[in-house]
Write a protein that binds this ligand. Structure first.
Ligand SMILES: C[S@@+](CC[C@H](N)C(=O)[O-])C[C@H]1O[C@@H](n2cnc3c(N)ncnc32)[C@H](O)[C@@H]1O
Length: 289
């Protein structure tokens, strides 16, 4: 029985990193006219109401997305019209603002809502979610969306069945809750299997930093599986061991755009400053070409 609900965590520091990277990757791939499959193995509920009891209980979004919006608003340079927002955040931030047309932040678009918003006519979106309540919410939201498919299915198995895609181009977000401890192994076997089947796909795997040894074991297993061109971004709010629970996160990108290393290296320290992060921050190759 799944109990994790992303509504408690939507818009937190980990979502800022994950969603900024996912949007950056999608937008880069959309620089070419050919259709792209945007696939989210663990889609969540789509849109998150930041005024509901789940978001209010933790208030995590106030230390994440809200800080980025406050920074962008306060740092706008009247003379130049620039806002000092790191390039890695720019397209994601525009989508967050588009979901909050009144200006005040009340709705947070999760990965599924972002993929649906990014879809061009030639693209497809495939979303998998197992939690009955979140699956129902997602299905209702996507009811009128064209070429957006929602399924109540295991995203790991669904990914294998979807590859290689007829478009020959795909961005895959693998974002489990790690509620099931075997997820730490399953993400590696799933990623490696997908990469072997479809080596040119772009894959983004989200990893929590809760116990450093567990995170490092996943990285070591990815290296041992023989994947190439694997880039890793990390953003931690506090040093390892300074707090219980999620202290930070990583996003592992297989086949990143050539622009990503430079943009990410410049952006990460600035994102850390905006969020007040005090822990490890990094943007580097795990496995180079
Ligand atoms: C971290 S949340 C997803 C958040 C979402 N990707 C976002 O960024 O907005 C993980 C989700 O995966 C769902 N889930 C857990 N195991 C799953 C599985 N095997 N297949 C599909 N969904 C699963 C959970 O119910 C939960 O909603």
């Amino acid at each position: 029985m799944l109990s994790y609900r992303h509504g408690f965590h939507a818009g937190n520091h980990a979502d800022v990193l994950k969603h900024a990277v996912a949007v950056f990757l999608a937008r880069y791939m959309q620089g070419k006219p050919g259709g792209v499959l945007l696939l989210d193995t663990h889609a969540g509920a789509g849109l998150y109401n930041l005024r509901d009891t789940m978001a209010a209980k933790t208030g995590e979004w106030e230390d994440g997305v809200a800080r980025v919006l406050d920074f962008a608003a306060s740092s706008t340079q009247a003379a130049t019209g620039t806002d000092g927002v790191p390039d890695l955040l720019r397209d994601w931030l525009a989508l967050v603002r588009a979901h909050n047309p009144g200006g005040s932040l009340s709705v947070y678009p999760g990965s599924a809502a972002l993929f649906a918003a990014l879809r061009r006519p030639q693209d497809r979106v495939a979303l998998y979610e197992l939690h009955p309540t979140d699956h129902a919410a997602l299905t209702a939201q996507m009811r009128r969306e064209r070429r957006v498919f929602v399924e109540k299915a295991d995203g790991f198995a669904a990914l294998d069945a979807m590859l290689p895609p007829p478009e020959r181009r795909a961005l895959v977000l693998i974002d489990p809750s790690y509620e099931v401890k075997t997820d730490y192994e399953t993400v590696v076997t799933t990623l490696a299997g997908a990469w072997r089947k479809f080596p040119t796909g772009v894959y983004a795997l989200w990893l929590p930093v809760i116990e450093r040894a567990r995170t490092d074991a996943v990285l070591a297993a990815i290296v041992a599986a023989g994947l190439r061109e694997v880039f890793c971004l990390e953003l931690c709010m506090v040093p390892d061991g300074a707090a219980r629970g999620l202290t930070g996160s990583q996003i592992i990108v297989v086949n990143p755009p050539w622009t990503m290393p430079g943009i990410a290296a410049r952006a990460l320290p600035r994102i850390a400053a905006i969020l007040g992060a005090q822990g490890p921050v990094a943007a580097d190759w795990l496995v180079a070409e």
